[in-house]
Ligand binder design. Sequence first.
Ligand SMILES: Nc1ncnc2c1ncn2[C@@H]1O[C@H](COP(=O)(O)OP(=O)(O)O)[C@@H](O)[C@H]1O
Ligand SMILES: [Mg+2]
Length: 311
Amino acid sequence: MATAVGAAAPAPSGAPAAAVVALANQKGGVGKTTTAVNAAVGLARRGYRVLLVDMDPQGNATSSLGVEKAALLHTVYDVLVDEVPIARAVAVTDRPNLDLVASTPTLAGAEIELVEAPRRERRLAHALAAVADRYHVVLIDCPPSLGLLTVNALTAARSVVVPIQCEFLALEGVGQLITTIDLVKRRLNPPLDVAGVLMTMFDARTRLSAHVVEEVRRYFPQRIFRAVVPRSVRLAEAPSYGQGILEYDPASRGATAYEAFVDELVDRLKLAAVGHRPSTADPGWGTTGIAPASDGARAPVAAGSGGARSR
Ligand SMILES: Nc1ncnc2c1ncn2[C@@H]1O[C@H](COP(=O)(O)OP(=O)(O)O)[C@@H](O)[C@H]1O
Ligand SMILES: [Mg+2]
């Protein structure tokens, strides 16, 4: 398992060097955030230490985890623009193993503020290098554009997961995304690779959904994940409760699909097995998070604190 954050010091023996994965597609509403959040929750429940980085100024990943933006001292904006050490922007969520670097609308200004900045494409990669040995996986939720924020994510990542919605014109723009990935790979981050394409919002009642999956399978013969995420109201509801689908409705079809996706992701990222896999009834989940203090920096978050706090 390698990290693509080039400047990362070698991880101390025994400590993981995070597998950094970007969820990217410049189309909005295709399931990037839903996939980032549910993969993060799913991996954390399996015992992997996970950092979710919200790179979208809309901050949907941040609110989907129930994190109160007003309570945050630092966000990804400070990390990118003012080079605040990322450890100071890491918020512990009220879940074991799952940390967040949040985003707020101010991030929208970063693209412009960084125009003249040195190493502007490498800001996130550089920042993540400092914490890569604290996590098994870093997931980066990209905004719906191919601007500097997404380029930062692709430069920091080792792998890209591309969620594609099972709708008409699903592949529109995917060529441009692949061109951007190739460009970043050539110029900035040679190890970058597409881990796979995840089909989302599949509607078994329509011929269109099945047709789109076939079309995408032809376009990416090897890369498509076997797991297909169904269109499900439960998946759309979960964020408003600040929960992942495994917390909100673990028996739902959406939860089953994201569990299958996480299984495949673990395989494709070649993550070593860790810890135990808590049952969905595990009382430790979604209440208080007593973090495994591998570096002494993590602390338990008080129950009912609104989801997270900065440290
Ligand atoms: N499989 C699904 N079934 C139903 N609704 C979904 C599904 N996946 C995502 N959604 C909803 O669709 C909207 C867009 O999804 P989101 O993950 O935010 O996309 P993106 O991050 O690519 O813009 C959100 O309101 C989300 O709750
Ligand atoms: Mg999103």
